[in-house]
Design a protein around this ligand. Structure first.
Ligand code: ATP
Ligand code: MG
Length: 418
């Protein structure tokens, strides 16, 4: 038997109802907030991510599914969506029509991470990005929109963590201070961090290796280094979140795993998922559009871990099987023909109807109707059909009546309340 690759998974029909509900709700809320959908390719040039996420990050260093594709050079399955949205904003000149663009996209991402619960090599993200707005009101509104989705889904047990990473004006002073502090703890740092130290010491703050966590315990905090602009931007974000009734915690050690962030960054954590506690994350990236050869435009975005969100929700409510509206039990050739035609008519009108296509006993067909959780059962045999009637059984009340065979579909349709 050929099995799927470790770290990949099938999302089965029993689970999909939940995925669809989440997706529909996310679309509705995002569109109410003025976002429009964008669909992007899964394969992109690897350079796009090396230049945006950063070539000293875990994702780019070791997690990309990259391969040489002839003339196109090194291409990769996308590990995240932001860089692709930015590429499209620049390449398709979306800014020329209107620099302000509010976009969302939903789809699979790929990272060659160590597979475990809540961590897959193909996972899905619901991603939203806003271009052209520097105002801290937008930072707060994005978090507010995210929390609106979670609260409508009845996800409790979540914490909003925020921090500010400053900007190119104030971050260098912080880096310097961090570097001099880490310089004295080199022996505690893992091999990776030692290598990254000179290129990007902020990455050390994000390392999960216990000795590295120890080393950064007394690290300086970026918040003590923010310039006036960043300081007031961040305090506006916090003030607005308060006004909007969003509870948050400031996490001074939050840096997040991608290099492009500036100013506000945030992560939504939950206790419901064990070790994989981040269910969404995002932040501002005011320099990225320009760094990727686009116009100088501020931007901010977030991504929700779709798989993890569905895992939380499936713990809350057991997954239900969508019932079939009508099951036809047809025991003769003529009955099968009439039933089949009625089923097709009902299906076209948005009513789920089904029958058994083989030759099974009445008893086993009744069992099947139960299994499909049918609301109604039509029992048709050729004998009854000759007199122009079939039997309709309401599976909830167990009432049984005789109805005319002509116009079964119309008759049933009138009984199904949506
Ligand atoms: P983590 O700290 O869990 O590795 P991350 O910071 O790498 O998360 P982001 O790049 O911010 O994650 O992606 C946003 C969200 O996507 C995460 O909060 C998480 O819910 C989800 N996610 C990230 N990587 C995976 C994965 N390998 N499998 C499933 N979901 C993931
Ligand atoms: Mg990660």
């Amino acid at each position: 038997m050929i099995q799927l690759i470790k770290g990949f998974k099938d999302i089965l029909p029993e689970e999909i109802t939940l995925w669809q509900q989440v997706e529909t709700l996310a679309r509705t809320i995002f569109e109410d907030f003025g976002y429009r959908e964008i669909r992007l390719p899964i394969l992109e040039k690897a350079e796009l991510f090396a230049r945006s996420i950063g070539d000293t990050t875990d994702i780019v260093e070791k997690e990309m599914y990259a391969f040489e594709d002839g003339k196109r050079g090194l291409v990769t399955l996308r590990p995240e969506a932001t860089a692709s949205v930015v590429r499209s904003y620049i390449q398709q000149r979306l800014y020329a029509n209107d620099p302000i663009q509010k976009l969302y996209t939903i789809g699979p991402m790929f990272r060659k991470e160590r597979p475990q619960k809540g961590r897959y090599r193909q996972f899905y993200q619901i991603d939203a990005e806003v271009f052209g707005i520097e105002s801290p009101l937008m930072d707060a509104q994005m978090i507010f929109m995210l929390m609106t989705l979670f609260s409508r889904l009845n996800v409790s047990d979540i914490t909003v963590l925020i921090n500010s990473l400053g900007c190119p004006a104030c971050r260098p002073r912080f880096k310097e201070s961090l570097l001099s502090m880490l310089g004295s703890k080199k022996e505690l740092l893992c091999e990776n961090c030692n290598r990254r130290l000179s290129k990007n010491p902020l990455r050390v703050l994000d390392c999960k290796v216990p000795s590295c966590r120890d080393a950064v315990k007394d690290a300086p905090s970026i918040s003590d280094f923010l310039c006036n602009g960043c300081e007031s931007h961040f305090s506006e974000v916090k003030k607005t979140l308060k006004h909007l009734g969003v509870k948050y915690e400031i996490d001074k050690s939050l840096v997040r795993g991608l290099d492009y962030y500036t100013r506000t960054i945030f992560e939504i954590q939950t206790t419901a998922l064990g070790a994989q506690n981040a269910v969404a994350g995002g932040g501002r990236y005011d320099g990225l559009v320009e760094a990727l050869d686009g116009p100088s435009q501020p931007a901010i975005g977030f991504a929700i871990g779709f798989d993890r969100l569905c895992e939380i929700l499936s713990q809350n409510s057991p997954i239900s099987v969508k019932p079939v509206d009508v099951f036809f039990i047809a025991t003769g050739d003529e009955s099968k023909k009439v039933s089949f035609e009625s089923i097709c008519k009902l299906n076209v009108q948005g009513i789920t109807a089904d029958m058994d296509y083989g030759d099974r006993s009445l008893k086993s067909l009744m069992k099947r109707a139960d299994k499909l959780n049918a609301s109604f059962v039509v029992i048709a045999d050729d004998e009854a059909l000759k007199s122009g009637n079939v039997t309709l059984r309401n599976m909830n009340t167990k009432d049984q009546i005789s109805i005319p065979a002509a116009g079964i579909a119309e008759n049933i349709k009138s009984r199904i309340i949506r």
